[in-house]
Design a binder for this molecule. Structure first.
Ligand code: SAH
Length: 411
């Protein structure tokens, strides 16, 4: 038995359907010709071109630049079954992970997994969700059961504390248990490295899962430095904005002759980093853990003439919107100049940006300006973006936020 739901219709202005036909999922408010009065904020709508062509169905927000986010481009109902299919499809993609090696990853990456406004991260047996939009907030009750059933997870925690919610008129909330149990600390594995994740209080949902492949890529450069310096030498790695030590652990585990300095302004992140070293059988006392502002710390290191073989720069997003771009570019440039100035000749720099409004060209332009100011040459070795658990829709390149450039500095 099937009941046919009628969705209020949203009509586009002439010639505004092209992006949607290409697979984009957003309708900007400026593209709307006519908005139905009977739709509640966050309610479901059907989008049609000026000539009446069906384009898709999604949810509507009357006060944001993005007026509609599509959940489907087919004439099918938006119901629990559709949400379950999306979850199942996402889960299938994550079969790339061997749970014996990696059991923490992003399960649902918003638009990339066809569920705009929803993030779900998996930490071993538990799921942590974040809802960024009003429309997804309204669908959330339909998501709980399929999320648990399709993944076999033991618990689901909701972390609605992202600043992005304010744009949608949504309140920032305390963590809330939606189902089952979620302990204060979960042990998980990423590429065989053990981590203790705090899903309730950790930053974002507890861990920066988007750097997994960049962490893995770092290991070979560390090993190369060790080989170059062998037998007595030690490889000195500086991990700036280390959080709980992801890059630091990979570096330290690559070889016993590695000394890692981790720097982060968060005291609790640094304590977690130290515990992670012990958890992975490393002697934390052989390494340095510094709670400091990275900019101030790099100035100090430069002033005392200390140099590193490898420097990792993984700052928080300096720009959250277009308006903050030029200020952010200055901050990236200063940071990269400082990072380069504490590298030894032929040292390796990993420079990252997770600001959506800063493109790969912006980041490489920043490196270029910094290198020029210091009279260095830059060899680009590897450029990485998201990995497969953070899929990006081909038609929505602007949702690709993470850029990571591995390079070697010569002079
Ligand atoms: N590289 C980390 C993730 C970094 S997220 C990983 O692989 O897990 C950014 C980190 O920068 C956060 O831990 C935050 O506490 C820290 N941070 C933000 N501003 C800072 C500053 N000015 N100096 C030092 N740390 C800072």
């Amino acid at each position: 038995m099937s009941t046919t739901t009628v969705y209020p219709q949203v009509r586009l202005k002439p010639q505004r359907e092209e992006p949607l036909l290409n697979g984009h999922l957003w309708v900007f408010s400026g593209a709307l010709q006519q908005v139905p009065r009977e739709v509640e904020p966050g309610g479901l709508v059907e989008v049609r071109s000026a000539s009446g062509q069906f384009l898709g169905r999604g949810y509507y927000h009357p006060h944001t630049d993005i007026a509609v986010r599509l959940l489907t481009r087919r004439e099918e109902p938006i119901d629990a079954a559709l949400l379950r299919r999306r979850i199942r499809r996402a889960q299938e993609l994550r079969r790339v992970f061997d749970p014996a090696v990696t059991n923490i990853y992003r399960l649902i990456h918003s638009e990339g997994d066809g569920l705009p406004g929803l993030i779900v991260d998996r930490y071993a047996e538990v799921l942590v969700a974040q809802v960024h939009t009003l429309g997804m907030e309204r669908l959330l009750p339909l998501l709980v059961e399929p999320l648990l059933e399709e993944t076999g997870a033991r618990g689901l925690l909701l972390r609605n504390d992202s600043q992005a919610r304010r744009r949608e008129g949504l309140a920032l909330e305390e963590p809330r248990l939606l189902a089952g149990e979620v302990p204060p600390e979960v042990e998980g594995r990423e590429n065989g490295v053990r981590y203790l994740i705090d899903p309730w209080r950790g930053q974002k949902t507890g861990f920066f899962l988007d750097q997994r492949d960049k962490r893995a890529a770092l290991a070979k450069y560390v090993r190369a430095v060790v080989a170059e310096l062998a037998p007595e030498g030690v490889a000195r790695v500086l991990n700036c904005f280390s959080y709980t030590g992801g890059f630091s652990l990979v570096a330290a585990l690559s070889d016993g002759r590695v000394r890692v300095t981790s720097v982060d302004s968060s005291q609790s992140a640094m304590e977690a980093a130290r515990r992670h070293f012990a958890l992975n059988g490393l002697d934390a006392d052989q390494h340095a853990f510094v709670v400091a502002d990275v900019f101030a710390y790099l100035e100090e290191v430069r002033a005392r003439g200390e140099r590193f073989d490898i420097v990792v720069l993984d700052p928080p997003a300096f720009a959250r919107n277009q308006g903050a771009r030029s200020q952010a570019l200055r901050a990236y440039r200063r940071l990269n100049m400082l990072g380069m100035s504490v590298l030894r000749p032929a040292g390796i720099l990993l420079s990252c940006s997770c600001s959506g409004v800063i493109g790969l060209d912006d980041l490489s332009g920043t490196l270029s300006l910094a290198a020029r100011a210091l009279d260095r040459e830059v060899q680009v070795l590897e450029v990485l973006t998201h990995s497969c658990d953070h899929p990006v829709r081909l038609a929505m390149p602007e949702t690709l936020y993470l850029k990571a450039i591995f390079c070697r500095l010569l002079w």
